[in-house]
Design a protein around this ligand. Structure first.
Ligand SMILES: [Zn+2]
Length: 117
């Protein structure tokens, strides 16, 4: 990705040099083409900036998914299914059963589990 930035930056500086040289040339078509080229390069640079930030976001998301250590989520199957809270089970609590609330930080799936004593 950094190579791509260097390539476009070089292309932009080449276009800038061409524009300097074109001051000595009285060809309107040449100047128009040069202006178009500059616009296209600026557009490419902007789109690249968007791609770079999207790429960084996706890398961060991938890292968080692959380094997660929770249980596999029943819905998305990533290891991002983790205990949010635990309490005595409303019905079987007297017998020592617990109810644990789980939530997946990846897809948002929630489920409670009955934990037998
Ligand atoms: Zn999930």
């Amino acid at each position: 990705m950094a190579d791509l930035v260097t390539t476009v930056s070089t292309a932009i500086s080449l276009a800038t040099r061409l524009r300097e040289i074109s001051k000595n040339i009285e060809d309107a078509e040449f100047k128009n083409l040069l202006a178009d080229l500059n616009l296209e390069l600026a557009d490419a640079k902007m789109k690249m900036a968007v791609l770079i930030s999207e790429n960084a976001e996706m890398k961060a998301k991938l890292d968080s998914l692959t380094s997660a250590t929770g249980e596999p989520c029943p819905k998305c199957n990533n290891r991002t299914f983790q205990i949010v809270s635990t309490r005595a089970h409303p019905t079987f609590g007297d017998m020592g059963a617990k109810e644990r609330e789980y939530k997946c930080s990846g897809c948002g799936f929630e489920e409670s589990k009955l934990i037998k004593p």
